[in-house]
Design a protein around this ligand. Structure first.
Ligand code: BGC
Length: 859
């Protein structure tokens, strides 16, 4: 049990806890730290015990309590991470994973600045972003918010984002600390991560946020890590973040992620959000009085909140700036840049792309994500914008009146398919309806509290209200929902389905609770222990006779999917005939597939396969023999194995923000040259993913044991000798590039300057990403074959060459040594690999470390 050793090693340091650490250097935005500390001291000395307690618990909606007597205002928060929302609408930028795919530090800074400008337009002092949890596997429902699988790339993007936000006088909130790499059962799962993997893979982005970007706030995640809920995880909050990294800011809880008072207060949580449950005066006071929570501990929390406020200037100016236009073209331009730079061209068979505007008379834009708002995935990160350009609109606007743009959705929506599924209550297939029995307790236990016949096997989605109203309702609802309690009742649904024809059918369920779904008494989906995907699907063979369908809804939904629905759709007719007819008339088909806010979302995970019917849609359209280009909307890789070879072009556009359609049109027609590179490895099949065997909790436990250790993403593929479909760092362009003249020169003490040339060898202007990896031939401990330690996005005109300089430092060569609790780079030779992906290495050289180097964890 490596993780236990890890926790023990961290713990002794915790015993020497210093709660009132003195922070000597400039803290967040560089104000005079002595003056800030003095001001904080003065305020703290004037506060009563009640006022102190009041300050460390939030107030609905999304703010801290004001202490009016001392002129301390409330500090408002805006949700993030890619739109300063609450309330919406606001400018929606491309999702985090797309920003990472740009590999553009300057763009990350620009997006941060926009968010830092949008936040005060809503009165917000904190923005709840960036989200920086490492991508382990495509199933994580929140991957779209995060920056991919590599800590070096993710750190660079996070640092740009945070600096940009904080330059505008707004505090970023780096989240979700720590081990929150999946969404199902997020309050209960225990991420068991050994210390080396924590230090080398999961912590560096948070560490860079604290040490390099001077982030003002950290948000603790819902989950348990190494045996302790994060909001009460003293080794990680206090020892690591506050002591080893000298974090001087606020650690706040995720929304309703606290589970007790004493453990949380002593475990390093400064601010309970969205409002005080366990930090409520009646719970805090007795524990302060009896010494369980010391006065110094309370004061430290108060000081941290006031330190951030004083340093960012929130005590001296109103946080709402009504002079800032909430809708603005500068934001839209930044959003467009992020969408364009983030899109990754995965396949371009025989130069099928870019499309030639003049040669196309008719284009068909088909698919479920062509007109839907796919600015972001779902949950708190979902951003509602003022104006959206979807794919159809983007292509139509771009082509103008000379070209005919035909559109069909191609498939019914999940909701429609469920509503069109005709169930009967009787096995004879005569009486329409489904029998719904409600039990007082979970797991179909307790008294039956009601039996009703419903027309469909679904519960209604709440109707979509105005964005402002919708969000504010969600916020105030927290008041009644908190503290975190599991809903107690359960339901059983029984209906009969009689197919029109014998054949293959897709059966699906969209929900995020625990359940089992049976057809003719055989289990089709078992999510009774771990509710795996929020949209689950399977193909079944049905005869033309009534089939009994039973849904056991064992516990209520956790909240990310609106409503619940079950449907059955015949695969032979699942694709709309009109869509096929339109495609047959077109010169080119652009197919829009992927996920949306209801199938990929916070609070649940998603499947690797595309949602119901989409593979059939691609298959049947591709079979028409037209040039077919697929645009994927998703937060990570999807299963391409059944259709990749049947289409000519594939773009991964992620969730591309409000300018996604304009961006897609410009990329498809070559106005813009694709330059995004994957921030993840894309697997051929899901079982190839290095974390596949440990992504879910070990059977019968809540423990997700990260057995792949440091071998996450490309580190794992190389270690396991498994070829990904598309490697980390991969991305095509409409031009070609070459790398040459790789050289390194030692600068002393483990520092090196690395130089090389990048040339655009093709005929179009474009950008590539030069990636520098470091590997150690014969390490003393097991290490990845190579690891990203430098990169540069380089924009070049045709024929142009640019000289690039990167630097390496001792951390570039180091592994984390758990015995000495420090970073170690052993003496000897290291290989440097230069290429445009982790696999396409074009230049190699070696450097020598003449002596071993140690870097401390605090450095
Ligand atoms: C999410 C956070 C978010 C918060 C406020 C939580 O459910 O996990 O990322 O910032 O809600 O909306």
């Amino acid at each position: 049990m490596r993780h236990l050793i890890a926790v023990r090693r961290i713990l002794p340091v915790a015993a020497t806890l210093l709660l009132t650490t003195v922070f000597s250097s400039a803290q967040f935005v560089g104000n005079n730290p002595e003056a800030v500390e003095k001001r904080v001291d003065e305020l703290v000395s004037k506060m009563t015990l009640d006022e102190k307690i009041e300050l460390i618990g939030g107030d609905t909606p999304f703010r801290t309590h004001p202490i009016t007597r001392l002129n301390i205002p409330y500090f408002q928060m805006a949700d993030g991470p890619v739109g300063a929302h609450i309330p919406a609408p606001t400018i929606a930028y491309a999702a985090g994973i797309g920003l990472a795919a740009s590999w553009d530090r300057a763009l990350a800074l620009r997006i941060g600045q926009q968010l830092g400008r949008d936040s005060p337009s809503r009165g917000a002092a904190f923005i709840l972003g960036p989200g920086v949890n490492i991508y382990r596997a495509p199933m994580n429902g929140r991957n779209f918010e995060y920056f991919g699988e590599d800590p070096f790339l993710a750190s660079a993007i996070a640092v740009g984002y945070i600096r940009g936000v904080q330059q505008e006088g707004v505090s970023a909130t780096v989240k979700h600390y720590l081990g929150n790499n999946s969404e199902y059962l997020r309050h209960d799962s225990d991420s068991i991560i050994d210390e080396r993997a924590l230090r080398e893979i999961y912590m560096p982005v948070f560490e860079a946020a604290v040490k390099t970007a001077k982030v003002g706030a950290i948000m603790d995640s819902y989950n348990i890590t190494n045996g302790e809920h994060m909001t009460r995880n003293k080794p990680l909050n206090v020892t690591v973040a506050k002591e080893q990294w000298h974090f001087p800011g606020v650690i706040m809880s995720d929304w309703v992620s606290t589970y007790d008072t004493a453990g949380t207060a002593n475990g390093g949580l400064d601010l309970e959000m969205p409002f005080a449950v366990y930090y409520a005066p009646e719970k805090m006071l007795p524990l302060i009085k009896d010494g369980t929570i010391s006065q110094a501990t309370l004061d430290d929390k108060v000081r941290r909140i006031l330190r951030v406020a004083a340093d960012f200037g929130w005590l001296d100016r109103p946080q709402l700036d009504i002079d800032i236009p909430r809708y603005n073209l500068e934001g839209r331009a930044a959003s467009l840049q992020a969408a364009e730079e983030g899109a990754v061209l995965l396949k371009n068979e025989n130069g099928a792309l870019p499309l030639d505007k003049k040669a196309i008379k008719t284009i068909a834009v088909i698919g479920p994500t062509a007109t839907q708002t796919v600015t972001t995935g779902g949950g708190s990160g979902e951003v509602v914008s003022f104006a959206n350009t979807n794919l159809l609109v983007g292509i139509s606007n771009y082509l103008g009146e000379q070209t005919k743009v035909l559109y069909a959705r191609g498939l019914y929506s999940i909701n429609q398919m469920a509503r069109l599924t005709h169930f009967t209550t009787d096995a004879d297939g005569k009486t329409p309806g489904v029998t719904h029995t409600i039990f007082a307790k979970a797991n179909l236990e307790g008294d039956v509290t009601g039996t009703v016949v419903e027309t469909t096997l679904s519960t209604a989605a709440s109707t979509r209200r105005e964005p402002e109203e919708q969000e504010l309702n969600a916020l105030t609802a927290h008041k009644t929902a908190s503290p975190y309690v599991r809903a107690t009742n359960s339901s059983k649904w029984v209906g009969y389905y009689t197919p029109a024809e014998a054949g293959k059918y897709s059966i699906f369920i969209q929900t995020d609770g625990k359940y089992r779904l049976l057809v003719d008494d055989a289990v089709v989906f078992d999510s009774s222990v771990v509710p795996k995907y929020i949209l689950n699907q399977a193909t079944i063979e049905l005869t033309k006779t009534p089939h009994k369908v039973v849904l056991e809804q064992l516990s209520q939904q956790i909240g990310s999917v609106s409503g619940m629905r079950v449907g059955i759709a015949p695969l032979s007719t699942i694709v709309e005939k009109d869509a096929l007819a339109m495609a047959a008339k077109a010169d080119v088909v652009v197919l829009a597939v992927g996920f949306n806010a209801a199938s990929e979302s916070e609070g649940g995970d998603r499947s690797f396969e595309l949602p119901v019917g989409q593979e059939q849609l691609i298959d049947q359209i591709a079979a028409l023999g037209k040039k077919t280009v697929v645009m994927i909307t998703s937060g990570g890789s999807v299963d391409l194995s059944n259709w990749k070879d049947k289409v000519q072009g594939i773009f991964e556009t992620w969730y591309s923000g409000e300018e996604g359609g304009t961006s897609a049109a410009r990329l498809l027609f070559g106005e813009e040259n694709p330059s995004g590179h994957l921030p993840i490895s894309w697997e051929k099949k899901i079982t190839d993913n290095p974390s596949y065997n440990n992504y879910y909790p070990d059977p019968g436990t809540n423990k997700i044991v990260y057995r792949e250790g440091i071998f996450v993403g490309y580190r794992g593929y190389e270690h396991n000798h498994v070829e990904p479909l598309y490697p980390f760092g991969y991305g095509l362009s409409y031009t070609t590039f070459s790398f040459s003249k790789l050289k390194s020169s030692p600068e002393g003490d483990g520092h090196f300057t690395v130089t090389f040339d990048v040339t655009n060898t093709g005929k179009r202007a474009g950008a590539t990403v030069a990636q520098l990896y470091v590997g150690q031939g014969s390490p003393v401990v097991e290490r990845p074959a190579k690891e990203l330690k430098g990169f540069e996005r380089v924009m070049l005109q045709p024929g142009e060459t640019k000289h690039v300089t990167l630097s390496l430092d001792p951390r570039s060569f180091s592994y984390f040594d758990v015995n000495s609790s420090s970073w170690q780079a052993t003496a000897g030779s290291y290989d440097l690999f230069l290429g445009d992906s982790s696999q396409n290495i074009q230049q190699k050289t070696t450097v020598q470390l003449t002596k071993a180097l140690t870097t401390s964890i605090s450095q």
